[in-house]
Design a protein around this ligand. Sequence first.
Ligand SMILES: *Cc1c(COP(=O)(O)O)cnc(C)c1O
Length: 466
Amino acid sequence: MKKRSWAEPFKIKMVELLTMTTREERKRAIAEAGYNTFLLRSADVYIDLLTDSGTSAMSDYQWSGIMLGDEAYAGSKNFYHLEEAVQQYYGYRQLVPTHQGRGAEHILSQIMIKNGDYIPGNMYFTTTRYHQERAGGTFVDVIIDEAHESQSSHPFKGNIDLTKLRDLINRVGAEKIPYISVQVTVNMAGGQPVSLANLREVYALCSRHGIKVILDATRAIENAYFIQQREAGYSTKTIAAILREMCSYSDGATMSGKKDSLVNIGGWLALNDEDKASEARSLLVAFEGLQTYGGMAGRDMEAMARGIAESVQDDHIRARIGQVQYLGNLLLEAGIPVVTPIGGHGVFLDARVILPHLEQEQLPAQALASALYIESGVRGMERGTVSAGRDPAGNNRHPKLELVRLTIPRRVYTQAHMDVTAEGVSEVVQNADKIRGLKFIFEPEALRFFQARFAPITADQVYEVP
Ligand SMILES: *Cc1c(COP(=O)(O)O)cnc(C)c1O
């Protein structure tokens, strides 16, 4: 039988016009933005692949839910709809709504971590680690080694290395490890999934030692799709069934609704333990909002409840990841070094291989993201030395992965936009020797990648093609 292509399981009802800038305008814009794509104005961007966070297109059903917002301060109908959706699709008992994912990470870290604790995780995530360290914890990476190799064909590069986890337990003692944070999928590794077999083993090991398992469920549905495609015994299971099984091997989760759940804002913390949930709600009312809105408007909770139901549809996730893989395969065919296998939410360019003439302290991924913008108007994001930040002793971290992330918003761009993006990347890679390194001229203390400013080290411009 001939293979059938995926196609979007929706049609377009409303469009947002794009503007194209000239090369001279883009050179000016990126210089004014201090060579940080986070500081560009979106009006100066043609195809915006900065992030898939809060950038998805909502459906007409979600938009109609916006009109049904119950903006009562307490006990909004929409909260109960959201609670039902989380209980039904994720299976957790207690829901604590937050304004977005980092709100949940903050509350969780504060109620779980004591000074001197260790929090293992499968590769760090920026805001997650920040809140763990702020609460007095030390993050320990226990992901398998393959995750740090950009070229690997491992189907579950997000897996936890059980030997590394056991070693940590032996070294510091289980009583110093309140929980493990398991990201599904692993953002910084390139959107790489964790297998159900691995989740099951991690949960068994941790339960034996009294260590809680908390999922970072931000992209759990994308993870479920990879399990369906790659793990033996799951090809005929629905995404919804796989998601429930994934969550059953955990005690709770933090969630950024801005990713999987197809909304522009929102998040939650979910826990099965009632006492811990009660502790979380005590902090919630001080930092986020009352326990039945947690920083969201009623309408936002309604849009998320509806978005969750749409996000677990097999057709939806197949097309979502199909589009990411379409871009990834175009780049692979063009010989561009990207993280393999292609992940769930974006394609990650390997800046170390593309720019062999730049040392890591010359911030190659930051420079490549700037050059790509100048070349094509496509906005990506650095995920390398700048994002990794400094360790608690104040030294720059040098991650093995020095990447530019091209993140695909859900239900927003077309296949032709992916073609244009791939052409822009090919052009800039062909001229890679024209890309200069960058240095910091402003470095904020926390989560520096958001606000830092840079300048070219040697020439006036980061990227000048004659
Ligand atoms: C985006 C993200 C977060 C943080 O969520 P926000 O809604 O941006 O605060 C946490 N973990 C992962 C894996 C993410 O991708």
